[in-house]
Design a protein around this ligand. Structure first.
Ligand SMILES: Nc1ncnc2c1ncn2[C@@H]1O[C@H](COP(=O)(O)OP(=O)(O)O)[C@@H](O)[C@H]1O
Ligand SMILES: O=C(O)[C@@H](O)C(=O)COP(=O)(O)O
Length: 423
């Protein structure tokens, strides 16, 4: 196996597939590893995305996990490191984008990196350092109500500065629009001013493609998945459908959702409105000690043969706040994640081989419960969300098709459309 071109560290599991998807589409062969790999890679690849569950853990833990991933990638000769976070810049008051970025800078001995969550294909654009989600600023996008990482300020220079020791600057759109030489000159000027991290404006894929060549020599990039579209060309790679081939799909179909994002709420409603079977799980009953996972599996089992079933804890912002008020934010999140993960495993043990998981933290819990170590990346369903294929100890034999949907991604009919794509 040759040295890696790109070594990637993602702060959650859906985010990791999102990044892998953009790299694959731009021509890289990619494996997504769940945590730092402890065995050989499943295939010859150009890039590895190590998926961590480090977005909402205490900063010191996120740093330790990220440095362990970095050491593994460095040992495989990775020529450039990419720290992937959310396109809505999800972070807690303590981090973890700033602390992890700075720890990686220290470990790599570099004095400068960029930071941009821009992902125009999904409506995430950055202008004058401010993040827009679709037509509105970040703090008006619904993200202000996120259960774990409420985002209340769209000014990313300010948000990142609050998380960093180093000075944070801006490479604004006027510079990006002029292309590689102007971006390089701006980076040199910022370095001379002692700026360590710069938010980069980008409002279109063209901006990201113009940015790519200017980033070629930076040891570390930090970004959402958007920046990835301009990187494979730096290594002489071009788009090819060969990179995304998966084995044929088989088995039963199911959706589990622990995401409470606006897009997922719409997708759950659309699935229910289409008349397909759906069951809500109640966090208060889980907290009361009821075996909600066993109940859900007993409900699902007789229905699976007829088509996809949905089990969800998805709720609107008001309902989530009420639950968190009763159980505490972390306790509510952890209880629901454990329950949905047990349901996902039980469904696979009952023959589900096409599984859709909605929610980043939820996906992390499910993938761990399914004993999945590595995932092969397949074709895109919607921007940022590919089908994947993975061996799982709950699915002996050929493994299972799996898609990890970021909370805010996908069209309203995603829960139905995803399965029709596999036919
Ligand atoms: N009804 C609910 N009440 C409170 N918390 C919930 C509920 N449903 C899910 N959660 C928790 O909310 C969090 C959602 O995060 P995540 O899975 O990352 O979704 P997203 O991708 O939309 O951010 C998880 O920790 C999940 O367990
Ligand atoms: O960059 C993105 O928006 C996604 O890849 C992502 O990280 C989303 O996280 P969740 O909303 O927690 O799924």
């Amino acid at each position: 196996m040759g040295p890696l071109l790109l070594g990637c560290i993602a702060d959650d599991f859906t985010g990791a597939t999102d990044l892998a998807n953009n790299l694959v589409r731009a021509g890289m062969r990619v494996v997504q590893a769940i945590g730092v790999p402890d065995g050989p890679l499943a295939a010859e690849v150009d890039a590895v995305v190590i998926a961590l569950k480090s977005r909402t853990v205490p900063p010191a833990e996120a740093v330790a996990q990220s440095l362990a991933a970095l050491r593994w990638l460095q040992a495989r000769g990775a020529r450039q490191i990419y720290f992937k976070y959310c396109s809505t810049f999800d972070s807690t008051a303590q981090g973890n984008i700033g602390p992890v970025a700075e720890a990686l800078m220290d470990a790599l001995g570099t004095d400068f990196t960029i930071a941009t969550p821009a992902f125009p294909d999904n409506g995430r654009t950055v202008f004058k350092g401010h993040l827009f989600v679709g037509e509105v600023l970040l703090h008006e996008s619904g993200m202000q109500h996120h259960p774990l990482t409420p985002m209340t300020d769209a000014n990313l220079v300010r948000v990142l500065q609050a998380q960093c020791r180093r000075k944070v600057g801006l490479i604004d759109h006027k510079v990006v629009a002029q292309g590689e030489a102007a971006v390089r000159a701006r980076i040199a000027a910022l370095r001379a001013e002692g700026v360590g991290l710069a938010i980069v404006d980008a409002v279109s894929n063209e901006d990201l493609l113009r940015l790519g060549p200017a980033l070629k020599d930076l040891p570390l990039l930090t970004a959402g998945s958007g920046v990835a579209i301009g990187l494979p060309a730096n290594f002489g790679l071009a788009p090819s459908s060969r990179a995304s081939a998966l084995p044929p799909a088989c088995g039963l179909q199911a959706v589990v959702s622990g995401s409470c994002s606006l897009a997922t709420n719409r997708q759950v409603q659309a699935f229910i409105a289409s008349g397909q079977p759906a069951l809500a799980v109640d966090p208060l009953r889980i907290a009361a000690g009821v075996d909600v996972a066993a109940e859900a599996l007993a409900w699902a089992e007789p229905r699976l043969a007829a088509g996809p079933v949905l089990v969800y804890s998805t709720a609107d912002a008001g309902a989530v706040k009420a639950i968190q008020g009763r159980l505490g934010v972390e306790q509510a999140g952890a209880l629901v994640e454990r329950c949905i993960a047990a349901i996902a495993r039980g469904l696979v043990e009952r023959g589900v081989r096409q599984l859709l998981v909605a929610g980043g933290e939820t996906s992390g819990a499910c993938v761990q419960a399914l004993g999945i170590a590595q995932m092969q990346i397949g074709p895109q369903i919607d921007p940022g969300v590919p089908w994947c294929h993975a061996p799982s100890d709950a699915a002996p034999g050929a493994g299972l098709h799996l898609t990890l949907k970021s909370g805010n991604f996908g069209t309203d009919d995603f829960f139905t459309k995803a399965f029709t794509m596999l036919r």
